[in-house]
Design a protein around this ligand. Structure first.
Ligand SMILES: *Cc1c(COP(=O)(O)O)cnc(C)c1O
Length: 817
């Protein structure tokens, strides 16, 4: 069958209310929703989706980069600036994209599996792929693209080269599923586990289940846990499984041992079993769902058994960590297909910390595309994403090396690469490692990454972006955002976080010391950076690195102005700090007249902003005091604006003021701790995403008798026979001594355990008497399920101190899901 292709004219016929097509025959392949993720400009069409910022503003830069086709909503958009572009007007860009995906889906009549549920969608999708890839040409959602937009982008990838589609659908509230159903049109439905996630979007659990089940309205079969079938549902047909009652696949026995689980069941009165290389509850449930699906599809039990035994873990995240020779490593050594390569390259492309971007790639397993076509596309993609150095590993890549840049290196397998590669040739690079599973790229990753002692702070970059957007959503139009990245970005790591924030369009950054600002400039940060409370000795560096000082006294203002004039510079940006009640740094009200007359006489400095800091914005108790601070701030800044004769930015709000004092946004806000998932206004806390997880591992387990003592000073005493676990974190890592002797807690296998004895410098002992634990098990010090708040409470301090006290020797690992 001939491959489907669309001209811009075809697309306008499907979605357009109106159009202006300068090149009606322009071929369209890619749907573009993020102006930073262009792959092939001329064949892309950009959708101006509604977001925090008006997407029409990106058209100019996209046009310059060669994008020629735009779906827009602004009726009076001025098209004359873009004489070579095609425009399609629609009422709503997301709906238009969905309509296009729907129309595209109608061209294919091969089976499509639709997966929904609260948990396990992505794992079930990936495992079904692993289980069937040997005998099917499968197109599936990349990563966990399951949103209203993600589903459209996924289905858009369907083509005649495939014979099976597997797509996941996620919803967070009522009435979202009907649209996804129309786009995916699943012929086979799978419902995974229904948990408590997103409960706030629904009135009841039943309502949530019913909404999800709408995905299967027209499916020929639904694979489902029998317990979710209520009276109200009426499917054409279903294939049930159950742990407790009679079902198409009834589970009789689950037997965990070491790293495996043996699952026995009956199907059509035959006893059958599978063995999976996992033991967690969720893995077992997901494997059963896959088992039921394969049985329904008619797979032979012996083939199922064999493939189940070889299931691989699904690691959907990209990790960014410190590497050898001043480099960073992005680890994506789990799978390798074209769309996940695209996603990983976008992440590589965002990194500015190092001058060189390097890709180490294995042969790609993408069903449905001829080899030479595939590698031509790969080479093209790599070129478009600004990769400076390319290393290909595998026979296929080697065979097609002529498509790649001349100085690229090729190795026939991983072994050969490890032996022959000149590791010294790596210096100051960001290296993306991306390989299909059996290439064992974890061996390469191990060689390139710095050794980490087993305590790590994991930073979820999606969560930071989501928190940033949460606060952006509260800002009035035109209000700017300064992100506070002082103190190593509240412990999270300055360069990586600053880079992420710059990429996501914050207007300003702020650091505590000039040194921190210099590091950011050297790591490729180009947006304005304010230095809080600098000393005179750092002014030279501030000027040289294009940083902007906070000026908090006449003494330092004079010193700065002197330096500026000695360098014959003019209009150097400064930020005036007013003390309206914090009583830390800044000009008091009775000092501002002198300040004003100095500023009037000295043109070599220019006030870029005036700001002040609130002493108790999070608390009701200080409501009146906060109001007074804001009033005084307004009064002084108005006077300065009148008298100086030019305008500057005014800002006073920190995180909790953004939440509680919308009237005090002025021209800019200074977002600090909220970015990192913590709020002073407790009621707001649950709306934020957890950013940091501090993790360690069990080094040893000891069985002790009643009366035995534990640790220095023998202050820990076993009250009965039991066992303790020693973990690799101590007060030198930021787990303070005050948490010893049962005051502190950690999580092992989701269960809370208490400390026993005194905390040591590098180690802590936990009482694990009542728990099934093993050496090497993960231990959570804080994270999603054990909050920094609880830890702070036990330490008699605030979360700010906990997170900024995590020692620098604890390695930070950044990840994207
Ligand atoms: C740290 C800081 C902030 C941010 O405060 P959060 O409570 O973390 O949002 C804002 N302004 C100044 C001057 C700061 O020092």
């Amino acid at each position: 069958m001939k491959e489907l292709s669309y001209s811009i004219q075809n697309i306008s016929e499907i979605i357009g209310d109106q159009d202006l097509l300068r090149h009606p025959h322009q071929n369209i392949k890619n749907l573009l929703t993020d102006s930073r993720k262009i792959t092939d400009a001329s064949s892309s069409i950009f959708f101006t989706l509604e977001g925090k910022r008006d997407a029409h503003q990106f058209i100019d830069s996209l046009y310059k980069l060669g994008v020629k086709s735009f779906v827009i909503t602004q009726k009076d958009f001025n098209t004359s600036n873009f004489p070579d572009a095609n425009f399609i007007w629609v009422g709503n860009a997301l709906k238009a994209m969905q309509k296009l995906a729907k129309a595209h889906r109608k061209h294919f009549d091969y089976p499509v599996i639709g997966i929904t549920g609260s948990n396990g969608k992505t794992i079930v999708k990936e495992w079904l792929y692993q289980l069937m890839v040997n005998d099917q040409e499968i197109i599936r959602s990349p990563k966990s693209y399951n949103s209203q937009m993600g589903v459209s982008l996924s289905v858009w990838q369907m083509s005649n080269q495939y014979n099976l589609g597997i797509f996941e659908a996620g919803i967070s509230t009522n009435n979202e599923m009907a649209v996804l159903e129309e786009i995916i049109q699943p012929t086979i439905g799978i419902l995974t586990n229904i948990g408590d996630a997103h409960d706030e979007g629904f009135n009841s659990r039943e309502e949530k289940i019913n909404e999800k089940l709408k995905l299967f309205k027209n499916s020929q079969i639904v694979i489902i846990n029998k317990k979710y079938i209520g009276e109200s549902q009426d499917f054409k047909k279903n294939f049930t499984w159950s742990l407790t009652e009679n079902a198409d696949l009834q589970i009789l026995d689950i037997n965990k041992k070491e790293n495996q689980t043996l699952i026995k069941g009956t199907c059509q009165e035959k006893e059958i079993e599978i063995n999976i290389p996992f033991t967690s509850q969720s893995s077992i449930e997901n494997a059963i769902i896959c088992w039921a699906t394969l049985l329904y599809l008619g797979y032979q039990q012996n083939i199922i058994e064999n493939r189940m035994m070889n299931l691989l873990p699904v690691k959907m995240r990209l990790e960014l960590k410190k590497g050898i020779n001043q480099s960073d490593v992005i680890d994506d050594s789990y799978n390798s297909d074209f769309s996940s390569l695209d996603i990983a390259l976008n992440f590589l492309n965002q990194q500015n910390q190092h001058p060189t971007k390097t890709l180490i790639l294995s042969d790609i397993y993408q069903s449905g595309i001829a080899e030479s076509e595939l590698y031509k596309n790969v080479a093209h993609l790599i070129k478009n994403k600004g990769v400076d150095k390319f290393i290909g590993i595998g026979k296929e890549l080697k065979k097609h090396q002529s498509f790649f840049k001349k100085d690229s290196l090729f190795f026939s397998d991983t072994e050969y690469f490890l032996k022959r590669f000149n590791w010294e040739s790596i210096y100051n690079e960001t290296i993306l490692i991306k390989g299909a599973r059996h290439f064992e790229f974890e061996r390469i990753s191990k060689k390139l990454s710095l050794k980490i002692h087993e305590t790590v702070l994991e930073i979820n970059l999606n969560a930071i972006v989501s928190n940033l957007n949460h606060y952006k959503g509260k800002l009035k139009k035109g209000v700017k955002l300064m992100a506070m990245v002082k103190a190593f970005a509240y412990g999270s790591g300055s360069e990586e976080i600053a880079n992420l924030l710059q990429h996501n369009g914050v207007d300003y950054l702020s650091v505590a010391y000039a040194d921190e600002g210099i590091e950011l400039r050297e790591a490729g940060i180009t947006i304005p950076i304010m230095v809080l409370g600098p000393e005179v000795s750092s002014f030279e560096a501030i000027i040289n690195y294009n940083l902007e000082p906070e000026i908090y006294s006449l003494r330092i203002l004079k010193a700065f102005a002197d330096l500026v004039s000695s360098k014959n510079l003019s209009k150097q940006a400064i930020h005036i700090k007013l003390d309206t009640g914090m009583h830390r740094l800044g000009f008091m009200e009775d000092e501002v007249d002198e300040l004003l007359s100095f500023l009037k006489q000295n043109n070599n400095v220019k006030v870029k902003s005036m700001f002040s800091h609130l002493a108790g914005s999070e608390s009701e108790k200080h409501h009146n005091y906060t109001q007074q601070q804001i009033d005084l701030f307004s009064k002084i800044t108005s006077k300065f604006e009148r008298e100086l004769g030019y305008i500057f930015l005014k800002h006073i709000s920190n995180t909790s003021a953004i939440t509680k004092w919308p009237k005090a946004q002025f021209d800019m806000v200074r977002l600090g701790i909220g970015l990192y998932g913590i709020e002073g206004v407790i009621e707001e806390q649950h709306l934020l995403a957890n950013v940091a997880t501090l993790k360690t591992t069990i080094s040893q387990i000891k069985h002790l008798k009643k009366g035995d003592t534990v640790g220095y000073g023998r202050s820990g005493v076993m009250l009965k026979d039991g066992k303790i676990a020693t973990v690799k974190i101590g007060y030198a890592d930021g787990f303070p001594r005050i948490l010893g002797n049962g005051k502190g807690e950690m999580l092992i296998n989701n269960q809370k355990v208490k400390t026993i004895g005194n905390i040591c410098m590098d180690m802590t002992m936990l009482d694990v008497s009542d728990l099934e634990v093993n050496t090497g098990d993960d231990v959570i010090v804080f994270g999603e399920d054990l909050s920094v708040y609880d830890l702070a409470k036990n330490m008699e301090t605030i979360p700010y101190e906990v997170i900024t006290n995590i020692s620098q020797r604890v390695k930070r690992i950044y990840y994207y899901e």
